[in-house]
Design a protein around this ligand. Structure first.
Ligand SMILES: [Zn+2]
Length: 417
């Protein structure tokens, strides 16, 4: 076996090997290799295993990169399967007001909330959207995220939704862009102000104009809908997702975040890949998701910053056989942390997951959530070498604030930052 890149001298490699998705007891099966090495050629893993075995079967090219992990742990690069990282404007002021006691309704009544982001995003150029987003993606990368999903949904007109997706395409194609992007169309993120008195006309616009236009340009792999009381009903959600599937997009949705909205039932009925948030899913809803093979993508950072006072029932979902993934929900209103390790820490301390379950949720199950599990999310032969070198043992990943990401490796390259 010939390699041009080698990570050696690890305390352990937590490979998070599939098959994906990992559910039930398998959600905790991180497949650790003590003192393991991982070798790659042209960015693809050719060997993962014991150092002694590598010395027997492996050899290096004339000019290899050999990375000394100095006794630290190595895990797969994190996959973040739910972000709203492309938007214009700044709502940090709202954060202070919320902390001082203002309710979301009061903030919205003063022109804040999602309406403020939509206004700023409609006015922004594609170029400025891309450059603002590039900075956010770099923040995520420094936190160990090597692949992420990214949604439109702050334009809410055909033109501005296409502008957002076009900016995402430009970022994805940029050689200097170091995180791999998976694009989602989310024209059904909210009913825009100008349609509030005629909601069904907005659903018509999404189905009859936006979805065909997005499909024609080939700029979105997924379609997402915010199924929630006061946003889109289960019937509207079903209509939009069925149209998106017919147009060639894969499906996911925001479900049961603020109440039992019926979103998890729609998710199971349509067999979508992922149902996201699920703070209010009950045991019956979980059984439906498990039977339909739907991944639960949980976003505890949103619960935390929105002060919702509760998290999704992650422990219950795992025990009922639903594969669980984690994501950051980076967004201007409540997704203030780009860190998958913060999501892991909250999953451990707020949802009752073990460290191993949280790590699987942030890697291979997250990759499955966005249909990238054949290429990323675990350290396995044939996959891309995307990895995080922890500054210490693996459990240190949940020491939030301690700077525990020593290095990020993307396609077999140690990234400078
Ligand atoms: Zn979201």
């Amino acid at each position: 076996l010939l390699a041009d890149f080698l990570i050696q001298n690890t305390s352990e490699i937590l490979t998070c090997t599939g098959p994906a998705p990992k559910r039930g007891a398998a959600q905790a099966d991180v497949r650790s290799i003590p003192n393991g090495v991982v070798a790659a050629r042209n960015g693809t893993i050719v060997f993962v295993g014991a150092e002694s075995e590598w010395q027997r079967v492996g050899s290096l090219t004339a000019d290899p990169v050999v990375f000394d992990a100095v006794g630290d742990a190595v895990v797969p690069g994190f996959v973040d399967p739910h972000t709203h990282a492309i938007f214009a404007g700044d709502r940090r002021g709202e954060l202070r007001r919320r902390l001082a006691g203002a309710s979301y309704a009061e903030i919205a009544a003063n022109g804040g909330g999602i309406v403020a982001t939509v206004k700023a995003t409609r006015e922004a150029s594609e170029r400025s959207l891309a450059s603002d987003t590039r900075r956010r993606l770099e923040e995520m990368l420094v936190c160990g995220t090597t692949t992420c999903e990214i949604k439109s949904g702050y334009g809410l007109t055909t033109e501005s939704e296409l502008k957002l997706l076009s900016a995402i395409s430009a970022l994805a194609a940029d050689q200097g862009q170091r995180i791999e992007l998976v694009p989602t169309f989310m024209g059904a993120h909210e009913v825009p102000l100008e349609f509030r008195e005629r909601r069904s006309a907005y659903v018509d616009l999404v189905v009859e104009e936006m979805i065909p236009a997005v499909a024609a340009q080939g700029v979105a792999e997924w379609c997402d809908v915010f199924c929630e009381k006061g946003v889109f009903t289960p019937d509207e959600t079903r209509r939009i997702l069925v149209a998106a599937r017919a147009a060639g997009m894969k499906l996911r949705l925001h479900a049961d975040e603020l109440g039992s909205s019926g979103g998890s039932r729609v998710a199971a009925e349509l067999g979508v890949r992922s149902a996201d948030h699920l703070i209010y899913v009950d045991e019956q809803g979980a059984d439906g998701l498990a039977a339909a093979g739907v991944v639960a993508t949980l976003l505890p950072i949103a619960s935390f910053y929105l002060k919702l006072g509760r998290f999704a029932p992650g422990r219950m979902l795992i025990e009922r056989g639903v594969p669980v993934a984690l994501a950051t929900d980076v967004n201007p209103g409540a997704g203030f942390s780009p860190s998958m390790t913060f999501a892991m820490a909250l999953a451990c301390f707020g949802m009752g997951l073990t460290f191993e379950e949280a790590l699987i949720a942030a890697t291979i199950n997250a990759a499955y959530s966005i249909d990238r599990h054949d290429r990323v999310g675990s350290l396995e032969v044939g996959k891309q070498l995307d990895a995080v070198v922890v500054a210490g043992p693996a459990i240190d990943l949940i020491r939030i604030g301690a700077g525990v990401i020593r290095r990020v490796i993307k396609k077999g390259e140690v990234l400078p930052f």
